[in-house]
Structures are given as structure tokens and as C-alpha cells.
Write a protein that binds this ligand. Structure first.
Ligand SMILES: [Zn+2]
Ligand SMILES: [Zn+2]
Length: 229
């Protein structure tokens, strides 16, 4: 299992780019999130042909904004087989269709939609309302010979770590959204992650690293060359 981030920034970030990652996992290349900077980044890094599966944490534009362009590109320019979009619930698929339909007319022509539960090794953690009020978000846990947790945008870390605590012991790396502003309740203030650093290897993302306080012991993905695409 190998994860490479395509960006580690927040919603409006054009320097550190939208948070997204490419995960090599159980024989597939899974794109996790596809915000508005992801399509150009995949093209610039010559990685777009690799993407064969796609999984979204939620439907904010910095997590799905270039998905229609990516799907059209793979069909019209690359002429590659339809990528598989794994979806965590029927409601989520319905909401994703509402975003795609005005842009690609028939989403099934450009992607194969497969329920996440049919794909072994990925657990969706429902984090509804924990990033934005009354809004659906998911964290995901990927398991093979090791375990990777990916928080998505998440203001409260408890639910994800409670789920991880209940799983059988295995080397686990947690990629967690992080903010250095205590008033930003849509993302996880770094001090809320401190109770977990003894048991988990944690890396922060979805932040402005220039605001990183000197007392933050959590490493940031952007400063880990081995984690960047
Ligand atoms: Zn975001
Ligand atoms: Zn968001």
C-alpha cells in the first residue's frame, strides 16, 4: 500500500493545492478526492492515466470540483476504460449524480458506479455533520498488510479514532485534517489530535503549513517528501 498526496491545502488554497491523494492498494490506483486543482495536477505530473478508481470524502468543491473534467478527459482524450467510482451510500451517489449530470449528461457513460461495500478492505466511517452542519462527509480506513486512515474534512476526531481503537492491532497511519485556528470548528484543531499521538502515527493535511505553531508535534504531509506525488 502506497499513498502519494496531490495536494495538502485547504478550500481556497492555490499554493498547496486541494487535499487529495493517490493510493496504490490491492491492485488498484485509487484517487481519493478530486477537487478543483486535482485534474491539472494529475496532468502536470503525468499521473492521470494511472487513475482507475475514485473515492470521494464529500461533495465540497475542493474535493470534487474537477471530477467532471477528469471523467470527460479519460473518455475523450485518453479513451481509457471507464474509471470506477466507489460510493459509500445510495444517498451520496444520488447527490454526486446531481453534480455530474449538468456537466456530463449521463454519468454512467463516463464512470462505473460500484457500492463501496462490494470492494474488500475499505471501511467508510460516517462523519455526518462533523465538518459542516447537516452535511454528509466520510472518513475511510484502508486495510491490507498495513492500515491507513484518511479523515476527509472532519472537525471532530473522536469517531474515527474510536473506530480505529476497536480494530485488531495493526500498524496504522492516520492522515488527518488539521487546523491551527481553534475557532475553525469545521476542521480539527491540532490540540485535539494530541491524545492520539502515543498510539497512532499521525500526519496532518488540509492546512496552511505557514501557520504551523512551534508547539505542534504532528508532522505535516507537505513536509514529507515520501508522501508527496
Ligand atoms: Zn476541504
Ligand atoms: Zn469540506
Amino acid at each position: 500500500m502506497q499513498i502519494k498526496f496531490l495536494g495538502t491545502g485547504g478550500a481556497f488554497d492555490v499554493d498547496y493545492l486541494n487535499s487529495a491523494a493517490l493510493l496504490k492498494f490491492r491492485g488498484i490506483n485509487l484517487l481519493i478526492d478530486c477537487g478543483f486543482t486535482v485534474f491539472p495536477t494529475l496532468v502536470h505530473k503525468s499521473l492521470i492515466a494511472k487513475v482507475d478508481h475514485i473515492l470521494l470524502t464529500h461533495l465540497h468543491n475542493d474535493h470534487c470540483g474537477s471530477l467532471p473534467t477528469l471523467l470527460l478527459y479519460k473518455s475523450i482524450i485518453e479513451k481509457s476504460p471507464r474509471p470506477v467510482i466507489l460510493y459509500p451510500s445510495e444517498q451520496f451517489k444520488h447527490e454526486l449524480f446531481a453534480i455530474l449530470e449538468p456537466q456530463v449528461k449521463d454519468p454512467e457513460k463516463y464512470a462505473e458506479f460500484v457500492p463501496l461495500e462490494q470492494f474488500a478492505g475499505i471501511t467508510a466511517v460516517d462523519t455526518f455533520g462533523q465538518h459542516s452542519e447537516n452535511f454528509q462527509t466520510y472518513a475511510y480506513i484502508f486495510e491490507n498488510e498495513t492500515r491507513i486512515a484518511y479523515s476527509g474534512d472532519l472537525g471532530k476526531p473522536e469517531a474515527l479514532f474510536e473506530r480505529l481503537d476497536k480494530m485488531p492491532a495493526m500498524r496504522t497511519c492516520v492522515f488527518h485534517d488539521i487546523t491551527f485556528n481553534a475557532e475553525n470548528t469545521g476542521h480539527t484543531f491540532y490540540k485535539k489530535l494530541l491524545p492520539y499521538i502515543a498510539n497512532y502515527e499521525i500526519f496532518g493535511y488540509h492546512c496552511d503549513p505557514t501557520q504551523n505553531p512551534s508547539d505542534n508535534p504532528i508532522r505535516l504531509v507537505v513536509y514529507e517528501p515520501g508522501l508527496m506525488a
